[in-house]
Every structure is written in structure tokens, then in C-alpha cells.
Ligand binder design. Structure first.
Ligand code: BGC
Length: 418
């Protein structure tokens, strides 16, 4: 990279993202119950699931306790301290999610104290000069809903919309940017096509029902929230992978890539196209596609999870998203890197590519690094460390990683020095 100062557009949002279940602690929902039943199994499977070097470096993967979210980062009680750190890093935006199981612990009964809690969090974010982004659903369901079918339940769109309306009615004016669902396609894949995540149902027909429910619920919530506020901006957060043909000269590989792109990346986005005020993009994965549908993860320069680091992919994804003609916020991008050896370069390389896409017309308005804190990485538990800030899960002490200071320079200057 040549020596250059790459300026980002005025008002660009620099943030970090979190999700309630992964950081708060003390939640009881479909995930917490699933973990209790599956922690031992997950610890036992680690030996065959992860490479020798990963097993050696992260022996906690063999401990069933690793898979129990429990008090997570105790962010529910320490949000002030965590937001102070975010502010000290020069962030001017912050993404949270609100936990449905706290807000509506029993069907139709809303806990005002919990809504009040999130009001305080939003006030605290704003008081520190950061723009809040609020996600209403980040992977978890209240138990009462799970008992009657969860995402499959025919009344799911109604339940979700009622919850969204309640939350928005009380704290809607504390944030402009709201997102309904985080990465519906990741849930369709992991829960209903692979069957590895709760409710561990591998069934393509169920997957279709859930897909339709996500779409309907989003539409209903979009219309309702817009009726309640003129200024609100609403989106659905999409996980979009960079997919390329394994063999660029093979028509069949190209055809498979086109179909995979059409379904995996495009279907949900097209579904909500008319009710999407901006695109929320989560970018992590680069895959090579071989006919008919073999997928290979890009494996160069991998993270602790062995996911390849491919900054160029975000450039292609952003260019591709231009066809929707909507502002784009990168709502997540990050890597598991416990020793913090690759994170600073990861951030700079991705931002270099984001800048390139902007200079070629992509309307990118913000970047949220995943994540502010190390946190609970779903079925993998605590060992993958995604934080700009390290968390000692025993003492709950926070330690700012060197890469966070590098990111802070970019945020504070609104430019990237190459
Ligand atoms: C999810 C996060 C998750 C991150 C890293 C995203 O797909 O939204 O909850 O922690 O990826 O795997």
C-alpha cells in the first residue's frame, strides 16, 4: 500500500457492535436452555471439530462450562464503563440489541423495568456523543414463544410486531436507526438447514416457513414503526458473503456461483427491498463455489476460527450492493484473534477496501467493528475472542487491546493513513 491519507465522508459513523445475549449476562431464553442441554456434547465434539493448533491454544473448548453463556461480560450491569471505553476510542456510533425475553418474559406481559433499562443504555450512548443503532432481534427468543413454535409459529409476525411496537413506543425517540432482524439467513442455515443451532430442526420446509415469517414480521414492523415516527430509519441486517467461482474459466462454477449469490445473498434482501431504508451489511466470509454447490472457505491468513481474512471481498460486496440504491452501514465486520496479532491490519485492510468502494460510488455511511468486547460466540462459547477490548471472564476486568488504539486513530481522524 502506498503512503496515503484516505479521507472518509463527512459525518461517517465509526462504531462497534454488540448483541444483548452475547454480552449482557443473566438472560433466560431459548439459547440459554439449549446450552444447558448441549454443553457437554459440544465440549465432547471439539476434538473432531477443531484443528490440533486450535485445540492446543484454546483448551477451554473441552470444558462444558465454555458453552454456558451465564453472566457473559456482565455488560447489563457494566454498560456505563463499557460505553466510557467506546467513547475513549473516539467512536461516534454504537450498535446494541434489546433482549426480547427480558422485555416480554411472559406472552403479552411487558416488563417496564427492562424497557427502562434500555432507555438508560440509549441515553448513556447518546450522552457520550454516539449515535445508537438498535436491533430488535439478534438470534434469541423468549421461552414462551419457543414453546409454541418460535420462529415457525404462524403468529410469529404478530408477536414480533407487538413487541417491536411496545419497545418503539417507549424508547423509539432515543434512536433514529432501528433494525428488525440480525442475519435471518444465518439462522435459516444454522438452525433449519444444517440443524446445529437451536431449535436444531433440519427441515427445508420449516426453513421456508421461517423465511416467510421473517419477511412478514419485518414488513409489519416496518410499516408500524414508520407510522409511529417520521424520522425513523429501519433496516434488516444481512450477512453477505463474498462468493466467487472456484474456477473462473468454468461456466458451471460460474453458474453455481450465480445461483448461490441469488439465493444466499440476494433472496432476503430482495424480499425486503421496498421496506428497507438502508442496508445493514455484516461481512465476514469469502467462499469459492464449485459446481454444483461445493463451497470452500477462503483459507489464506486465517483467524483463530480458521476463517480466511479477505478484505478484498468487502469491496466486491459493496460494489454489488449499489444496485439497491440505498445507503449502506457496515453493521458488523471483525475476527477472532485472541493475541491481537492480526486485528489492526485486518481493520486497516478492510477499511482500505471500503474506502475504495466509496470512491467508486458505494454509499457507505458507517462501519461498526464486531465487537467492542470479547463475548459469547454462540455454539462455540467463549474461546473465540472478537473484542477490541479483552475481557477477563473471571474478574470481568476490561483491557483495551493495541488494535483498538489503532482503530481509535482512524475514528478520531475520520481518515485512514496507509
Ligand atoms: C453475528 C454475531 C457473531 C459474529 C461472529 C455474526 O454473524 O451477528 O452474533 O458473534 O457473526 O461470528
Amino acid at each position: 500500500m502506498e503512503n496515503k491519507t484516505l479521507k472518509f465522508p463527512k459525518g461517517f459513523l465509526w462504531g462497534a457492535a454488540t448483541s444483548a445475549y452475547q454480552v449482557e449476562g443473566g438472560n433466560r431464553n431459548d439459547w440459554s436452555e439449549w446450552e444447558k442441554k448441549n454443553a457437554k456434547r459440544l465440549a465432547g465434539e471439539a476434538k473432531n471439530k477443531w484443528a490440533k493448533w486450535q485445540q492446543k491454544r484454546f483448551p477451554e473448548m473441552f470444558d462444558p462450562q465454555n458453552y454456558i453463556c451465564g453472566r457473559a461480560c456482565d455488560h447489563y450491569n457494566r454498560f456505563d464503563e463499557d460505553l466510557d471505553i467506546a467513547k475513549s476510542l473516539g467512536l461516534n456510533a454504537f450498535r446494541i440489541s434489546v433482549e426480547w425475553s427480558r422485555i416480554e418474559p411472559e406472552e403479552g406481559k411487558f416488563d417496564e423495568r427492562e424497557i427502562e433499562h434500555y432507555k438508560k443504555v440509549l441515553e448513556a450512548i447518546r450522552a457520550r456523543g454516539m449515535e445508537p443503532f438498535v436491533t430488535l432481534w439478534h438470534f434469541t427468543n423468549p421461552l414462551w414463544l419457543e414453546e409454541i413454535g418460535g420462529l415457525e409459529c404462524s403468529k410469529f409476525p404478530f408477536f414480533f410486531c407487538r413487541y417491536a411496537g411496545k419497545v418503539f413506543g417507549r424508547i423509539g425517540n432515543f434512536a433514529t436507526y432501528w433494525t428488525t432482524f440480525n442475519e435471518p439467513t444465518v439462522i435459516l442455515l444454522n438452525s433449519y438447514l444444517i440443524g446445529a443451532w437451536p431449535p436444531t430442526k433440519k427441515n427445508i420446509f420449516t426453513a421456508f416457513r421461517v423465511y416467510r415469517n421473517f419477511g412478514k414480521a419485518h414488513d409489519l414492523a416496518y410499516d408500524m414503526l414508520h407510522k409511529m415516527s417520521e424520522s425513523v430509519q429501519i433496516s434488516l441486517v444481512s450477512a453477505i458473503n463474498y462468493l466467487e467461482a472456484k474456477n473462473k474459466n468454468s461456466i458451471l462454477d460460474k453458474l453455481s456461483t450465480f445461483i448461490a449469490e441469488y439465493i444466499a445473498n440476494g433472496k432476503m434482501l430482495r424480499r425486503v427491498k421496498h421496506k428497507n431504508d438502508f442496508i445493514g451489511l455484516n461481512y465476514y466470509v469469502h467462499k469459492k463455489i464449485r459446481f454444483p454447490f461445493y463451497q470452500e472457505r477462503y483459507k489464506k491468513n486465517t483467524s483463530d476460527l480458521d476463517w480466511g481474512i479477505s478484505p478484498g471481498g468487502i469491496y466486491h460486496v459493496l460494489k454489488n450492493l449499489r444496485k439497491y440504491d440505498l445507503p449502506i452501514f457496515i453493521t458488523e465486520n471483525g475476527l477472532a484473534d485472541a493475541e491481537d496479532k492480526k486485528r489492526a491490519k485486518f481493520i486497516k485492510d478492510h477499511l482500505y477496501c471500503v474506502h475504495k468502494a466509496i470512491s467508486e460510488g458505494a454509499d457507505v455511511r458507517g462501519y461498526f467493528h464486531w465487537s467492542l468486547l470479547d463475548n459469547f460466540e454462540w455454539d462455540k462459547g467463549f474461546w473465540p475472542r472478537f473484542g477490541l477490548v479483552e475481557v477477563d471472564y473471571k474478574t470481568m476486568e476490561r483491557k483495551i487491546r493495541p488494535s483498538a488504539l489503532e482503530y481509535a486513530k482512524i475514528c478520531k481522524n475520520n481518515h485512514l493513513q496507509t
